[in-house]
Ligand binder design. Structure first.
Ligand code: MG
Length: 298
């Protein structure tokens, strides 16, 4: 049985009929935030309710605890200098793990008020860091520590790569979540999981145009999730979006067409590309880490 469903012939060029969806490890409560480190050939990801980060060693398949406590970290990414950048629900901050292992706080407040609970993070080619800040880490004691929102809104922020200054760049989402730029960085995709608080709202991904000042403007609806949530996602070199979608991974072509599905069987939180050739899609599915080799690269 194929590990995927083809909805559009374009998907056939991105997958291998003889590749398998591999279940690499299980034992998480809520797996999220995969980030791949090519220099060490390992993947780091978050197990949010267990307050730990895990590491998968690609060379021998072993898994160990990378950091515990992890401040209930959620989204992670690798910056352009190869450093780990993490969203931490517990500390309500975005941090960077330096080459010497020390941790630098990149953002924990905006205009004097504490952030809610940074959720997902990406780095742009100018070294700026973009993160979403919904309330999931302060809504309860399960994914962080329950608290009131000091900001009173869930926004997307940008940390300047040189000055470290923090600016608020998106205020029109209910619960902004996953983020990704198109390959030429002309489009910023933003998931909105506001349906967790407003069930009548669909879970969506919106596409913002990046204007000449580097600001995301004019959002248009890119995709609506038919069942469950779009949480985290990544783009490939062709501009296709590979997104969590309920218990599956959906692939959307740049023209918004849903071209393929990878059924996973657990609620998918996030994905990232890894492997020596960056053609291995790592999938965080609730309790487990999965992967599938693709005929495309991140
Ligand atoms: Mg998320």
């Amino acid at each position: 049985m194929l590990p995927f469903i083809v909805h559009d012939a374009r998907f056939n060029a991105l997958v291998f009929g003889h590749a398998l969806l591999e279940k690499l490890w299980t034992g998480c409560r809520w797996a999220e935030g995969p980030a791949y480190f090519p220099a060490g050939r390992y993947l780091v990801w978050s197990d949010i309710p267990n307050n730990r980060m895990m590491r998968f060693d690609e060379t021998d398949g072993s898994v160990s605890v990378f950091r515990q406590p992890s401040q209930s970290s959620n989204g992670n990414t690798r910056d352009r200098q190869g450093r780990l950048v993490s969203c931490e629900h517990g500390a309500r901050r975005v941090s960077r793990t330096e080459h010497d292992g020390s941790i630098t706080v990149l953002a924990d407040r905006f205009e004097g008020r504490r952030l809610n609970s940074p959720n997902d993070v990406i780095v742009k080619s100018d070294d700026s860091i973009w993160f979403s800040d919904p309330t999931y880490g302060i809504d309860s004691n399960y994914e962080g520590t329950a608290a009131e929102s000091e900001i009173g809104a869930s926004n997307v922020y940008r940390i300047d790569g040189r000055s470290g200054a923090i600016s608020c760049v998106i205020t029109d989402r209910v619960k902004p979540n996953g983020l990704a730029f198109s390959p030429d960085e002309s489009i910023l995709y933003v998931a909105d999981t506001g349906t967790t608080h407003f069930p009548e709202m669909p879970s969506t991904i919106s596409a913002y145009t990046m204007n000449a000042d580097g600001m995301p403007v004019n959002p248009r609806l890119f995709a609506t999730c038919p069942d469950g949530l779009f949480d985290g996602f990544r783009g490939d070199v062709h501009g296709n979006i590979w997104t969590s979608s309920g218990r599956s991974v959906f692939c959307f072509a740049p023209d918004d067409t849903h071209i393929g599905t990878i059924p996973v069987g657990e609620i998918v939180g996030n994905v990232c590309f890894g492997g020596i050739a960056r053609n291995r899609l790592y999938i965080c599915g609730q309790t487990s880490l999965y992967s599938l080799f693709l005929n495309t690269t991140g």
